[in-house]
Design a binder for this molecule. Structure first.
Ligand code: CA
Length: 254
């Protein structure tokens, strides 16, 4: 009930709306300075003092399934040189695991190499020490804004093809007025197919898109999932009318 809500809880909610930021920095003075500055701006702040602690927090609050229920983070400020696991490796890890959270990298020295490598491993922006707090806050704001507008763009429209409708926001598929029960992999596959009707997808490309480039396994996996998907969307799975095999090339939708 609203009346019983404490001011602290109310404040927590307000800062949650602005954004929850993870600061990974081993230098105490810098960590405290950044943390304070962001809190004063109204952001909620979580800190990690080394690479290991950061990895635990990232696993729990960025990459885990339950991260979607409100424990999630909105931005990571990541120092490059850290004890145990460095910033580049952490950044690489987040991206490899499919995390799309914006990452602002911090570095002690501003060589071009650092910058290039940082952006290559998937950082969104880069700031060289020493930097001013105004600059840092401006960068954070820009990254969070960019993220918000791209997640608005993710409010993807319903995909329709003949008597199949796919609702990206609700993770639902309706086939001939019946709710189809798709696994996450099947869903993502169908979403990809329906987003590009008639485009031919080689098996390797599907593996890459749906399973990720690090997936170790062969393209038979794709065939198996295609078969399962056909069983769920086709009238007669042995004579598919939607999900077609393009012999020697791969698969096509429509
Ligand atoms: Ca450091």
């Amino acid at each position: 009930m609203l009346v019983t809500e404490t001011p602290a809880a109310a404040f927590g909610q307000a800062s949650r709306q602005l954004g929850r930021i993870l600061i990974v920095e081993d230098e105490e003075l810098i960590r405290d300075t950044i943390s304070l500055a962001l809190q004063e701006e109204g952001y909620e702040v979580i800190v990690a003092v080394d690479g290991r602690q950061a990895l635990d927090l990232i696993n729990a609050k960025v990459l885990s399934v339950s991260a979607a229920d409100g424990a999630a983070l909105d931005l990571i400020i990541l120092d490059l040189m850290l004890p145990y696991i460095n910033g580049l490796d952490l950044c690489r890890f987040v991206r490899r695991e499919g995390g799309t959270i914006p990452i602002l990298m911090l570095s002690a020295k501003g060589s071009e190499i650092d910058r290039v490598v940082g952006l290559e491993v998937g950082a969104d922006d880069y700031l060289t020490k020493p930097f001013g707090m105004r600059e840092l806050i401006a960068r954070c704001r820009a990254l969070l804004r960019r993220q918000r507008s791209s997640s608005l763009a993710l409010d993807a429209p319903v995909l329709k093809f003949r008597d199949i409708s796919l609702y990206p926001q609700e993770c639902r598929v309706v086939v001939r007025d019946q709710e189809a029960n798709l696994s996450p992999k099947e869903f993502r596959m169908l979403e990809l197919f329906m987003s590009y009707p008639r485009r031919v997808w080689p098996r390797e490309q599907l593996l890459d898109k749906i399973w990720g480039s690090d997936f170790i396994g062969d393209s038979k996996t794709v065939d198996v999932h295609i078969r399962w998907l056909r069983e769920k969307i086709e009238r007669d799975p042995s004579h598919p009318e939607y999900l077609l095999t393009v012999r020697g090339f791969g698969y096509r939708f429509g």
